[in-house]
Design a protein around this ligand. Structure first.
Ligand code: DGL
Length: 262
């Protein structure tokens, strides 16, 4: 098996570039092909059957690049499409929920989960945490407005802080650890911190990058080239603000994108 093959990363849009950011920080030598379904985002308000179908379509497109492994960066697609994609993909497929849940399961006290409506309704985080810690006290909360605020770039803004406060009020005070179970939420850390100081946030992107590292180490192998790995970005639609918003999530300038059809 050629370990220089790329890692395929899939998201419903460009929020998954926060996961690419985490991957490039931890594994800078890896070659990445990112597919964002910008034409059909958001997935967080859609049904299980639709999200599963979209995930399978995205997986099929990424197979054209002969990836050594696929990462579903989108929490919603991980919750609803991971099992179906794992059943048909010729390479390993990782989602963001298992790594985030594994980290959350190590916490002693109650845990909060923030996500899209579809992620929360799936119960995927609860299931994955309870498999590891059956007695866990878990409080899940859908925060649909946060995706739009992140896309608008209101990351450290009084309005965002107020909306975060309003959502987070629904969680008991005893919840001191909260999983950011959506691609966009890590970008809102300044406002989230202000809304609920002293909270430990689990960034599903960071822990997923660690899970990818472990998988490369144990089986798929690292890219051997010493140069910084290339990043290819494929999108199903390119709007005018894409470069600006995408660069914000990626933490570096998003140079060029290619359009693909699903
Ligand atoms: N990428 C999605 C997630 O992580 C957020 C955006 C959407 O609803 O598609 O759940």
């Amino acid at each position: 098996m050629n370990s220089n093959r790329p890692i395929g990363v899939f998201d419903s849009g460009i929020g998954g570039l926060t996961v690419v950011h985490a991957l490039r920080r931890l594994l800078p030598g890896e070659s990445l092909v990112y597919l964002g379904d910008t034409a059909r985002v958001p997935y967080g308000t859609k049904s299980h059957a639709t999200i599963e179908r979209y995930t399978l379509q995205a997986g099929a497109i990424l197979q054209r690049y002969d990836p050594k492994l696929l990462v579903i960066a989108c929490n919603t697609a991980s919750a609803h499409g991971l099992a179906a994609l794992q059943a048909v993909a010729p390479c390993p497929v990782l989602g963001v929920i298992e790594p985030g849940a594994a980290m959350a399961a190590q916490v002693e006290g109650p845990v909060g989960i923030l996500g899209t409506i579809a992620t929360v309704q799936s119960g995927a985080y609860e299931g994955a945490i309870r498999r590891r810690r059956p007695e866990a006290e878990i409080h899940s909360l859908a925060c649909p407005l946060l995706v739009s605020l992140a896309e608008e770039g209101w990351l450290d803004d009084p309005i965002t802080t107020e909306i975060c406060e309003r959502y987070l009020k629904a969680l008991p005070e005893s919840v001191r650890t909260i999983v950011l179970g959506c691609t966009h939420y890590p970008a809102l850390r300044p406002s989230l911190d202000r809304a609920r100081p002293g909270t430990t946030w689990i960034d599903s992107g960071d822990v997923t990058a660690e899970a990818v590292d472990a998988l490369l180490k144990n089986s798929a192998g690292y890219r051997i080239e010493s140069s910084k790995g290339p990043l290819r970005v494929l999108l199903t639609d390119a709007s005018s603000r894409l470069q600006e918003v995408g660069s914000r999530f990626l933490g570096e300038s998003l140079e060029s994108v290619e359009l693909v059809e699903l």
